[in-house]
Structure formats: C-alpha cells, structure tokens
Write a protein that binds this ligand. Structure first.
Ligand code: ZN
Length: 156
C-alpha cells in the first residue's frame, strides 16, 4: 500500500497528496474519515474521480482540537484576514474551556482516585461545586432573559 508522503492537517481536514495521481486530496474529518480526531493510520480512496486508487495516510497531529484551532489563525494573519483570525482565536478559547471542564469533571476524578472514583467524594470535589455554580448562574441568566422576552412580547 502506498502512502501519502506529503500531508497537511487542520482541525477539520486531513490533506494528502495521492501517490498515484499526485493530486492534493482534501478529506473532511467528519464527512470522509468517520469523525476521526487523530489518525495513526487509515486506508483511504483517492477522491479524484479519474484516479480512485487506494492509499494510506498517517502522521496526523497530536495537538488537541483547541490548539489546532489556535494554530489555524496564524496563516490567516499572514494573509491579513484579521476578522477570520479573531474568530478562530475565539473558537480556540471556547474549545479550550470546554476541554478544561471535560478534563476536570470527567477524567480528573478517575486519575486522582486511581480509576476507581468514589461517587460521593467526586460530588464533593471543589471542581464539581464550581461547575454547579457556573451552571446555576448561566441557567439563571437564560431564565431571566427568557422571562424578559416573554413579558416584552406578550405585550405586543
Ligand atoms: Zn489519486
């Protein structure tokens, strides 16, 4: 099996030069690669209609998605696409905070308690209390806005 020797990766795509037709083939991770986050090895079929030969791809980045998103801002800055770069950076921060919550609330209890977490201790952890306060605060804001809109539009 031939490999794509030249590759480029982004948060959403894995691009590789087909070893048969030499075309750059763009695989969307969701559409073409079964939502693969990181590809150690995959057998793919060239998307060039005139080629359609199988080849292998590997060598994907190991950066978490928030870092990939942040790195995607650099070429945008080089092309002076500052608006798109700002959006990419904001998305990166959003993904970083979601990643942090996931790590703290899902994985940290397993690691800290040697993969046998006590449900009572887990609920009493400071991270759980902070997450609950954050959730409760966000929920209160949404309910307040929804109630304001309900009152405002009920009067029309
Ligand atoms: Zn090809």
């Amino acid at each position: 099996m031939l490999y794509a020797r030249e590759i480029r990766t982004t948060f959403e795509t894995f691009e590789g030069r087909c070893p048969h037709c030499q075309q750059w083939i763009i695989f969307n991770r969701l559409e073409n690669l079964d939502d693969a986050v990181q590809i150690d090895f995959a057998e793919v079929t060239c998307l060039n209609e005139a080629c359609r030969q199988p080849f292998a791809i590997n060598g994907d980045t190991v950066d978490p998605p928030f870092a990939q998103m942040l790195f995607s801002a650099f070429p945008l800055m080089d092309r002076k696409q500052y608006g798109d770069a700002t959006v990419a950076i904001c998305r990166s921060y959003e993904m970083f905070f979601a990643h942090s919550l996931y790590e703290m609330l899902v994985w940290q209890p397993f690691v800290g308690e040697r993969y046998e977490p006590d449900p009572v201790k887990t609920a009493e952890r400071p991270e759980a209390a902070r997450a609950k306060a954050l959730f409760d605060g966000s929920r209160d804001i949404i309910w307040t806005l929804a109630d304001e809109l309900r009152v405002r539009y009920a009067a029309i």
